[in-house]
Every structure is written in structure tokens, then in C-alpha cells.
Design a protein around this ligand. Sequence first.
Ligand SMILES: Cc1cc2nc3c(=O)[nH]c(=O)nc-3n(C[C@H](O)[C@H](O)[C@H](O)COP(=O)(O)OP(=O)(O)OC[C@H]3O[C@@H](n4cnc5c(N)ncnc54)[C@H](O)[C@@H]3O)c2cc1C
Length: 401
Amino acid sequence: MFDFSYSDDQLAVKKLVRKFVDKEIMPHIERWDIEQHFETSVLDRLAELGLMGVCIPEQYGGQGMDYNTLAIVCAELERGDTAFRTAVSVHTALNSMTLLQWGNGFQKEKYLKPQAQGTKVGAFGLTEPNAGSDVAAIEMRAVRDGDVYILNGGKTWISLCDIADHFLIFAKTAPDQGHRGISCFIVERDFPGVTTRGFKNKLGIRAGNTGEVFLEDVRVPAENRVGKEGEGFKIAMSALDNGRFSVAAGAVGLIDACIEASLKYAHERETFGQPIGKHQLVQQMIAKMVAGYETSRLLVYRVGWMKNRGIRNTRETSLAKWIACDAAFNAAADAVQIHGANGYSHEFPVERYMRNAKAPVIYEGTREIHQIMQAEYALGYRSDKKLRKNLPSWPFGEEIE
Ligand SMILES: Cc1cc2nc3c(=O)[nH]c(=O)nc-3n(C[C@H](O)[C@H](O)[C@H](O)COP(=O)(O)OP(=O)(O)OC[C@H]3O[C@@H](n4cnc5c(N)ncnc54)[C@H](O)[C@@H]3O)c2cc1C
């Protein structure tokens, strides 16, 4: 059975986020972007609205809604700005959903619950200066010493680095064992030896916070290790199945914003005695945006549907992420084109959309990595093995371990 309609609950969340974005983000976003200011009160408001853990079960402080509701939140937030969707992606999808899938009872109670309630913020530290696409090349070390691990090394390009209270950090416990030597840890900002430094002058997502996390002899309790020793690579990859879903969903919102701005401008601006919307080459750009929006949406909601049913979705998520992020970047570039010189100025939002749209083509698997994945699945070089722990299907049961 196929059902393409929103449920009443999903529709209510969509309206809620749209109203919030229009009232509390849109009036300020141009200034925040110019000033490179991350407005932390937006996260507080998202928490008040129950949007920091929308698809986390109620028993762990969330709203208990389905996974496509997270997609709706991400799309609506990115219509406002990529910075806030990125925040929800790392906090909810990369961190909280990973704790939901792989964390034990203690970790869910201590870390997941406050994150889902929005009183604590989570981030995700995988990338290093010498290891981005090639995750197995990470160099951060974790050495066991009794009931703690001592972590040393640096992470880079970490979203919410200066904001987050908790980080999921990936480090090598067995450096000679490649991807099998990686383990995952919950690191609190307040642990001695943790420092962070946000970047300035990024190309886009300037209203966001991204930068470095340094760990120097940080003593992390062994009870903060997520999963087994050596299971970190699998945990990182399943975290990305959730993160990429939220990024793809955000891209749908960005295309929506591009269409909204382009239609307005195409009706208003006149050349050669008629609105530019009457010129067929302008229509072609709008048609491509509409096609990108509809195809991306369908790919994203299919992934949400699979997650709801507990079906493995690495392949479908990768496809949705690649197609939606490419479509969003193309839509943003065309939106600037439709605005002519005005598109090249801060006076119109489309230049921000274009700058913002580039990062999602790079993070959570570059376009090239997703193309390789799709080809490898098709050629039979790649398949997904059963995981030890799965994301719970939806509707959630009474007790989820
Ligand atoms: C704004 C922003 C926020 C981010 N937030 C986070 C975060 O919160 N947490 C986190 O851990 N990371 C984060 N990242 C990092 C991001 O995930 C990495 O940048 C990404 O994985 C790519 O790694 P890299 O930059 O090292 O590029 P590289 O891996 O060095 O790749 C460079 C180029 O080579 C290509 N390439 C690499 N390998 C192959 C191959 N086998 N075949 C063909 N082409 C290849 C790539 O596609 C790319 O074009 C963020 C990045 C940005 C820009």
C-alpha cells in the first residue's frame, strides 16, 4: 500500500515549524549570516516546541513521532536557513538517534533523555584533518587505563563545536586494525582537556557554528563507550544513515525556498515588455527546481517509511542524500541566475541559499562517495550485513532497550 499524504500530526508539526521559521528566523537571518552569529536561543525555542527530539520515544524524553516527522522538521527549518537544520541533523539524527540505536540503558537515561528534551545539545565528531571520506584513517587515540579511556587528538569541521554539551567522538582503540580498530565515546564538554574553536569566514552556513575539537589527555569513563570496543566504524556508518536522511530532507526545504523566491521574482521582474516568468529559458530553470523538489521529496519520504518499518536503508538513504543535495545546489544556482545581478547581492536571500547549498554536497558523504556507493550496490560489489543493534521501528513499543 502506498500513502503519500501527511498524517494530522505531521501536518501540525509542519505548520508549527513553518510559523516558527517565518516569525523567529526569517526576520533575523540575513543579519545573523552577515555577522556570522549562531543564535543559540533558536535551539532553546526548538526545545520548548518539542522539536529537538521529535522522533525519539517519549520514554527517553522525545515526542515519539515517526521518522518522517523529523524529515518534515528538517525541510521546514532549512527553508529558513541551513544552519538550524544542520544543528538538528547533528543533535537529533547523528547523536541522539545513535544513542537510541546503540546506547545502553545508562547512556540513554544520562545523555539521550536531556538531549531529546533539548536541555543538553549533542554533536558528532568523526572528521579529522587527515581523515574525512576515508574514515578508517582517523588518528585520534583512545587508550584504556583501568575504568577510563584516555583520549588524545583533534577533530575538525565539527558542527556545533562551541555549543554542544556532549560529543560522540570516534577514536582508535586498536590503531593497527583499520576500521575494526575504531570505538565510539560520549565525551562531555566539561571533561578536563576538551577545548573547541569555531571557524570564521566559511563559504556558507555562516549563521552556523562549525570548527575544531581538541582532546588532550581527556579521561572518559569506560561506561561512556558506546557499543563494543572496535564497533565504532559500524556505529559511525549507521549514524550517517540517520544524518544523511536529515540532510536530504533539509535539501528539500532549500529547494522549496528557491522556488518561492524565484516565482516571486519571475512574476515581478519584467524584461522585453513582459514578466521574466514568460521567457521559456527562465521557465526551464523553474521546471528543473520543481522536478528536483518532487523527486527529492519522494526519495526522502521513502527512506522515512523504511525507517518506520525497521528496514535497512543505507542504499536508499545514500541515493536520497546525493540526489537531493545536488538538486538543492542546482536549484540555488538557478535561483541566483533568475534574479540576475540582484541574485548576487545580500538584498535577496538566494545568494545565501547558494552558499549554504554547497556544504551538504560535501558533508555526510561527498557526492562522489554516494555515486561510488550507488554504483557498487548496482554492480554487486557492496551489500549490507546485519547489524547487532537496529534503530527501533515506529510506532515505538512500550519499552525499548
Ligand atoms: C559545514 C560543514 C560541517 C561539517 N560538520 C561535520 C560534523 O558535524 N562532524 C563531522 O565529523 N564532520 C563534519 N564535516 C566534515 C565532512 O563530513 C567532511 O568534510 C566530508 O566527509 C569530506 O571529507 P574531507 O573534507 O576530508 O574531503 P576528502 O575526503 O579529502 O575528499 C576531497 C575530495 O576527494 C574526493 N574523494 C575522496 N575519496 C574519493 C574516492 N575514493 N573516489 C573519488 N573521489 C574521492 C571527495 O569526493 C572530495 O571531492 C562538516 C563539513 C562541513 C563543510
